[in-house]
Design a protein around this ligand. Structure first.
Ligand SMILES: [Mg+2]
Length: 330
């Protein structure tokens, strides 16, 4: 994926949301939104109407707030739109599901530039279309000076049973699909003003691109527990351990390639920290019966009797991102 960097910062020159009425803004947004086979009635009526193949619907939501979840200096509107899709579609994939539709809410200071909203819409629509996801509606609301926030609700469907966090069994292999630590390493480079050292890592931080189809594939392969890595490998592994009442033993020997990949960009200690505790990666972490790890997934540890998470045999607590503490926890 290449992210074109055409956005202007919010509040830049050009028309602002205050220059348009709601209908005029929606006329600019609606044509960009992808539809899909599940959509019986799309945007424009009071609600959308979706066809549900099975008798159950997956539902999840995720928000991004400027100044907390992104900075205009580092991320374009297009990046933010793409990241919103990734966060939500990865959560649906982590249940073993396929995302069918998104609903999007924009809460914005009227001084926000129309160009930023157009760029965000472009990124969101492109990422959704690439993943075969329809965007079927949402809401607009004005907000106090400086506020810019987005929330996406994702709906999805399952081919079979959902994969929960609570199904891991002693003896299972713990495996990952996708990158580890790229988003955190990209953020570190932005913070150090050295984004040019590894543009691919920075691009991944701005707009992660998880392999959503691996969620249903893992489910079909017999995954016993799964989630997407949003708050760091150790912390998210701990969520499976707690829900399943097991211990997850991670082995950095199995993570050597992941760590080695990041060393040139952020150094040896930084690389280890990014791989073990880096958040916003949205790669999938799952447990599989022994010898059942699907191709393309790589084992990173095993499920044992006990509780919590160990790294090379040492009990490891926390790590990763804590939203309300607004800090990375040790
Ligand atoms: Mg998740």
């Amino acid at each position: 994926m290449t992210t074109t960097r055409t956005s202007r910062p919010a509040g830049d020159a050009g028309p602002t949301l205050a220059d348009l009425d709601e209908d005029q803004l929606l006329e600019r947004i609606f044509p960009a939104l992808p539809g899909g086979p599940a959509v019986l009635v799309g945007p424009g009526d009071d609600t959308a109407l979706l066809r549900a193949r099975s008798g159950a619907v997956l539902a999840t939501t995720d928000a991004m707030v400027r100044g907390r979840d992104w900075l205009d200096e580092w991320s374009t509107g297009e990046d933010v739109g793409r990241k919103l899709v990734a966060q939500n579609a990865a959560d649906i994939a982590a249940m073993g599901g396929r995302t069918t539709a998104l609903l999007v809410t924009l809460v914005a200071d009227p001084a926000t530039s129309v160009a930023w909203v157009s760029d965000m819409t472009t990124g969101l629509a492109a990422a959704a279309a690439e993943a075969g996801i329809a965007v079927v509606g949402g809401d607009l609301s004005s907000a106090p000076t400086g506020t810019l926030a987005l929330s996406v609700t994702a709906l999805g469907e399952l081919d079979g049973e959902p994969v929960l966090r609570s199904g891991a069994q002693v003896g299972d292999q713990v495996a990952v699909h996708g990158t580890l630590g790229w988003s955190a390493a990209g953020l570190l480079l932005l913070q150090r003003d050295s984004a040019t050292r590894a543009p691919d890592l920075v691009r991944y931080h701005r707009a992660p691109l998880p392999a959503y189809e691996e969620g249903p594939r893992a489910a079909a392969s017999g995954a016993t527990a799964m989630l997407d890595i949003s708050d760091g490998l150790v912390r998210d592994a701990g969520r499976i351990a707690k829900a399943s009442d097991v211990r997850i033993a991670l082995d950095t020997g199995l993570l050597a390639d992941d760590i080695g990949r990041l060393v040139p960009a952020v150094g040896a200690d930084g690389a280890r920290d990014c791989v073990l505790t880096g958040g916003e990666e949205h790669s999938l972490l799952a447990c599989f019966p022994r010898a059942g790890v699907p191709s393309g997934w790589r084992a990173v540890g095993v499920v044992q009797d006990g509780s919590g998470v160990t790294v090379d045999g040492t009990v490891t607590v926390g790590g990763g991102w804590d939203h309300f503490a607004r800090r990375a926890t040790p």
